[in-house]
Every structure is written in C-alpha cells, then in structure tokens.
Design a protein around this ligand. Structure first.
Ligand code: ZN
Length: 461
C-alpha cells in the first residue's frame, strides 16, 4: 500500500511539473464589423508567483473568475503596462499585492478592430490583428487570447491544447484554428490535444488537403497543391536527416492578404505547424521540373526551420538572434545542397554588401532584444553562423545547433549555452573563446566576420 501511495505522489508531482496549459470556450466573430468576443477557461496553468497575463491592448476585459465563479481582483486596467502587443494583468489580494497565478481561471472579453476594405494601413506584421473584406487573421503574437508571461524565466506561454467553439454569427464561414483541419460552418468545434500557438484565420476562403497537409485560401489546382507539398516534404526530410529530429507534423499553408502594401515583396511568417504567406502567387512557385524555384525553396526552408528554432528559443535578450539567424543560416545550408554552391556564395556576398556601412553591437554585448534589429537578425546573424562554420566545419556547427535545441527545451539560450553546446560538439573551450573574442565581442567583429567569409570563398576559387 505504501508503495502505491508513493507512486501516486510521484505521478502527481510529474503532472504538476509537466502540466499542459489548456483553453476551452467560445470565440464569437463578426468579421464584417471587426468584432471579436471570447469566453475562455484556462486550466493546467503553471504555479507562478512572478507572472503577467498578456492580452491584446484592443481587448476589453469583462471579468476574470475563479473555479467557483467568483470574480477575481486584478491589476493592469489603470495605467497599464504594455508588453509587445498586449497589456499586462495580474491577480491581486485585498491589499492590492500580486498573488500567485490560479491554476485555472475564466476570462471574458471583447475587442473591435478596423476592417480594411478599400484602403490599407502603413504597416502590418505577425502581431497585428488584420481584418480585410474577406478574412480575419490573428496569430499568437497578437495575444488575441491570454498569454502567460513567466517573468522569472522571461518566457511566454503561447502554446495550449484546446477545445474551442468558433461562432461566425452572420453566415457560415471557413475557420482555421492552428493544428486542426479547417472547417466551414456557423458554429464549429475545434480541438487539439497537441499544444500549439493559437493562430486563428477565418472568413471567406477555400481550402484543400493533400495527404493531411492543407493549403488554405491559395487558389491552386489539386495537381499544383500536390507538387507544392512534394517540395515541402523534401525540405522536411532534409531537416530530419540534418538535425535528427522527426518532422512528422502535417502542416498548414495559409495565403492571406496583408493590410499594408507589399509591392513586389512577399512576406511569410511561422506559427508552427501553420505558415502564413502574403503576396505569394502559389501558381508561380514551381519551375518547369515541378521543383520550387530557388528563391521559393529558400523561403520555405527558412520558415520550416522554425519547426526547430521557434517558440522554444523565443526568450532572453538574444531571442531574435536564436530565432531568425538560425533559420536563415539553415535555409542557406539547405540551399547549398539544393542548388549549386556558387549561388549560395552569392547570397553571402550580397549579405556582406548590404551591411557594409552599418554598425552593430557585438552579439556578446547585447543587453536588450531591441538592439537586434531586422538586419541583425536576417543578415548579420546568418553571417555569424557562417563564420562559426568556417572556423569549426559544418558538421560541428550542425552538432552545436542540435545541442542548442536540447538546451532550449528548458532554458533560455545565451552565449554560455552556445559555448556549452560547442564544447559538447567537440570544439575545445579555448577555440570557442577565441571565436567569441574575435566574432562575438571584438569591436571590429563585423569586419572580422565578413573578412573571414570573403577570404574563405576566395580561397576556394
Ligand atoms: Zn523567420
């Protein structure tokens, strides 16, 4: 008997430490009016004393309630602090002091957003709740649903398992909630036992399926859809072999209209296992041999790399570096095997030229994640990894990335994590410190990086 009791206690403990946050409830959408109403219960939340509940700043909270349906007092409404797209809320006691996060709570709120019909906005990005005459797009970054911010570990809890009913009150509409197949209806239930970021896409659109993968609002023939997914499968397989982590998930590709002018550029973002694209003509993706054109292959290779470097690395002051520099570097690794290497050399050359006159703070001296701007993330970042590759070889570079992925499961990544991963991958501590001094810390670090890459390509020719 004693043994049984012991096992129950141990399992109970495991349940707490691996609790999976879960959301149930109802979302009501009036897309024509730009109206969103949510009535949610969040459960299985971690035990946190330092936390914030983040909700998009356009949402107005009716109340928070506990399990017994009693109203919970909270702060954040008056003189509230923002965190990205959201306002910060937290529960308080009678003395107005922050109290521990409830394991389970209810929240009801509404928001209204502009609908872009004949006009556009000056900007659009993944964190924007974008509504046009056809569709509504809201990703986890917008914080359209409550996101728990773990202050101590600087981590955002964006992924939930869910059981959510979506009402499109006026008429039957298509709805996609991340990780499950899209459906058309007025009142539709969606549920996922796998925790995902809750990317919501709803409105007037078609969708098609190819062996479980979905193309949403893309307007292509079945044959083209199949060919597109053949290419995507080949990138998934490449990453599986390279990083030795399975890529089994079915994926969802969503075409949406941005609410800003994109001119000739296309734009992609990742809410794994969904990918959003804008201004990309899906009928133009394939070359005559049914393979993706080179730039599209690289584009998807970047987005699919976020299957590995995604929300798991989205914490700490270097979060943008770990998120985007890795994905961009990996997309060039993929491309190197897909196409001839000279083309990839051209990419590196182009990146080097792009930042020729720009100054950056050495990576090891970054103190605020805002210091890593988009050129740092997408251009300098992959060059830093290329410098690492030239210094230690591709194999050890990939081993280091694999080791960083393991660390990212339960900690934020830092330069120390990089050093730890490098030494685990057979790079000596001294060699890493030399790399760090030259390429991550030196005041001429950018020149050191670009010279190393330029010289290495020169030597090959
Ligand atoms: Zn990216």
């Amino acid at each position: 008997m004693k043994k049984t009791a012991y096992i129950i206690i141990v399992l109970g403990f495991i349940n707490i430490s691996f609790s999976q946050p879960h959301i149930t409830g109802t979302v009501t959408l009036d897309i024509e009016k730009g109206f969103i109403h949510c009535d949610f219960t969040l459960s299985n939340l971690p035990k946190l004393s330092k936390y914030k509940i983040l909700l998009n700043h356009g949402m107005n909270i009716k109340y928070f309630k506990n399990n017994e349906d009693q109203v919970i007092s909270y702060n954040g409404y008056y003189d509230g602090k923002t965190n990205g797209e959201g306002l910060e809320y937290y529960f308080v006691n009678e003395q107005n002091e922050q109290i521990e996060l409830n394991n389970k709570f209810k929240i009801e709120y509404s928001g209204a957003y502009p609908v872009y019909k004949d006009s556009l906005n000056g900007f659009d990005f993944k964190g924007y709740i974008a509504i046009n005459d056809k569709t509504l797009r809201a990703t986890e970054q917008s914080k359209w649903y409550p996101i728990i911010y773990d202050v101590q570990n600087d981590r955002l809890l964006t992924n939930y398992t869910y059981k959510i009913t979506v009402n499109t009150i006026n008429k039957p509409q298509s709805v996609f909630l991340n990780g499950t197949q899209p459906k058309k209806g007025i009142k539709t239930l969606f549920s996922s036992t796998k925790s995902v970021p809750l990317f919501l896409f709803a409105g007037d659109f078609d969708f098609s399926s190819t062996s479980g993968n979905y193309l949403i609002n893309a307007d292509v023939s079945e044959n083209t859809a199949e060919k597109i997914f053949d290419n995507i499968e080949s990138i998934k397989e490449y990453y599986e072999n390279l990083l030795e982590i399975n890529f089994n998930d079915q994926i969802y590709i969503i075409n949406h209209n941005a609410v800003k002018a994109l001119k000739n550029n296309d734009w992609g973002f990742n809410s794994y296992p969904a990918f959003g694209f804008s201004n990309l003509d899906f009928n133009e993706l394939l070359a005559e041999n049914n393979k993706f054109k080179e730039n599209h292959y690289k584009f998807f290779a970047h987005e699919l790399a976020h299957n590995y470097f995604g929300n798991n690395v989205n914490s700490g002051v270097l979060s943008w570096f770990w998120l985007e520099a890795t994905a961009e570097y990996l997309s060039l690794v993929v491309l190197e095997d897909y196409t001839n290497k000279e083309n990839v050399a051209e990419y590196y050359e182009y990146y080097i030229n792009t930042i020729e006159n720009k100054n950056f703070i050495p990576l090891a001296n970054i103190t605020d994640n805002k210091q890593i701007d988009s050129e740092y993330r997408y251009i300098l970042g992959p060059l830093i990894f290329k410098a690492f590759e030239i210094s230690f070889g591709k194999e050890k570079t990939i081993e280091t990335l694999k080791s960083l992925l393991v660390l990212s499961e339960n900690q934020k990544l830092t330069i120390n994590s990089w050093e730890k991963s490098a030494t685990q991958s057979g790079i000596s501590k001294e060699a890493f410190i030399h790399f760090k001094d030259t390429f991550l810390l030196h005041k001429r670090f950018k020149i050191n990086i670009t010279n190393l890459i330029t010289d290495s390509y020169k030597n090959k020719n």
